[in-house]
Design a protein around this ligand. Structure first.
Ligand SMILES: [Zn+2]
Length: 78
C-alpha cells in the first residue's frame, strides 16, 4: 500500500523532527501579512497531450495574501 503525504496533517512536521519554532514564516512581499488564501490557476491540456485524448482543464493550487491579494514570487504559477 502506498503512503500518501498530506500536508494538512499535523503529524507530518513532527514525524520529520521539525518544530514550528525551527520554521521561518512566509509573509506577503507586499504588506507583510502572514496569512494566505488558497486559490487555483487553471491549465488547459490539449487533446493531443491529454492521457484521455480529450481536452482537459487542470487546477493548479497557489496562494495569495488574505489581506491585499498579492501573490508572492514563489507562489506564482509559471
Ligand atoms: Zn499582502
Amino acid at each position: 500500500m502506498s503512503k500518501t503525504i498530506n500536508m494538512q496533517d499535523d503529524n507530518v512536521g513532527r514525524s520529520m523532527g521539525l518544530k514550528i519554532e525551527d520554521m521561518t514564516d512566509i509573509v506577503c512581499e507586499n504588506c507583510g501579512c502572514r496569512y494566505f488564501n488558497q486559490v487555483h490557476a487553471f491549465k488547459r491540456v490539449s487533446a493531443l497531450l491529454s492521457p484521455t485524448g480529450k481536452e482537459q482543464i487542470m487546477p493548479v493550487p497557489s496562494f495569495r495574501c488574505s489581506d491585499c491579494g498579492h501573490i508572492n514570487e514563489e507562489f506564482i504559477i509559471k
